[in-house]
Design a protein around this ligand. Sequence first.
Ligand code: PEP
Ligand code: MG
Length: 540
Amino acid sequence: MITLKGRGVSAGIAKGKIIFLDRTAFIPEKKKITDQEGEIQRFKAACVQAAQQLSELGEKIADKLGEEHAALFEVHSMMLEEDDFLDPIIELITTEDVCAEWATETASTKLAQEFADMEDEYMSARAIDVKDVAKRVIAVLSGTQIDVTSGPDPVILASDDFTPSETAQFDRSKVLALVSQAGAANSHTAIFARTMNIPAIIGLGASLSAGLSGKEAAVDGESGALYIDPEPHVVAELTTKEAALQAERDALEQYRGKSTRTKSGRTIKLYANIGSVEDAESAVAGDAEGIGLFRSEFLYLGRDNYPDEIIQFESYKKVAETMGGKQVIIRTLDIGADKQADYFHLPHEENPALGMRAIRICLTRTDLFKTQLRALYRASAYGNVAIMFPMISSVQELIKAKRIAAEVREELTAQKFEFNAKTPIGIMIETPASAVISDQLAQEADFFSIGTNDLTQYTLAVDRQNEAINEFVDTHHEAILRLIKMTVDNAHNAGIWAGICGTLGADPELTETFVSMGLDELSVEPSFILKLRSRIAAFK
Ligand code: PEP
Ligand code: MG
């Protein structure tokens, strides 16, 4: 048995096989071969297998999301039969005596570049398809798994770190736990795991390596211990611990269906943070009183192209309907920084967290923004929807964004779409600037939701993705608490409500402080809701 220690960021116990998501496996080495014909046959067999994987994936997606979403897999599968794709690879194997992995990587990179250089937007977008298909073929050739969650059994997923776009693609029913080498506590790996209510350990370091793939393991998401080939006594201890955790969860059931109130009768809204339509089910299961933050950018991640108005509308509508009249606050696109999608073609930036992200992208690319706002307003006809803008740092930005929203409402009215013209528009307070001018912003916003993850990053100048500075991240820093208090007071003076949707909102050590500061809402990962309700019930 090997024991690795990291930081538990999502409690719970899991046992199963580890699968390591190893991206380096997709950078093949140039190896010489002697049997050209054999190599070509190996390449062709890999193409057949890749096509089979794609058709299985296509069926799954069609079942889950509808036929129209599966079309891409058909396109990818067809590419595996096209001479334009196959011939240059076979030619490289023949003329240079190189292995199929390297030939596929080299020829497909060239082909992808040719597509990328084309004027026609549709054709240039095919560059990503070529890269995707080639990656799948290389994965088959090298025996690595590309769809880490495509096997028959659920697994413990391991990696250096998980990107938001990877988490967006996982088949969630197949993920027992997440374990990663990197360890920034506010990273999206941790947020994703807590939303899914699965155990997670981060910061396990380089000992968590690809060589562990296929091994039996046990995860203790509370203590942060990962056991490889766990001995029977460890399994027994973890089983006992799991039973105790279950007993704790059972005891919290008495709070289900109740409103959240202190002993003196003050009520606080306990909402849930979600990143997908499926997460809304977790919110319902967690007994959320609403959705306080739907990170809509996850609809944009893990895809090859922008989600159109219909795809977005259907997703927002589904969440609104799932919540059955409870408030659903949908945050407009917060892409950039740690959340990247290739097709946005965002320029390389030295400091992406201080760069082109969130509302800045929406105010620059109003076509994208309008598409999303149209979808949001159309969904408002099907539930209790509110719109929230991220990363606001000036009143002018908010006014501009609201003006665009007003244009969208005019268009929809002219086109006779049904929607709630009074859909509340709130903002995230996640820059120090917005907290400081929250008195002015409160004149223009219907509510505030404090994003403590970014507020901490920008106030304390600590990169939320950089684990090397973990010891300097004091989440309870007086500066953060003062900015929160200032925001709440300014909101109340203007007659609007203020909540917290950053990770700090779920910190049990601060619950009493937040209650006494007068926060009206806390939006947390669904699994924290009953626990927080029980804590709040104990306060005056
Ligand atoms: C935050 O910054 O606190 C927040 C809730 O937004 P995100 O974590 O998605 O940046
Ligand atoms: Mg944020």
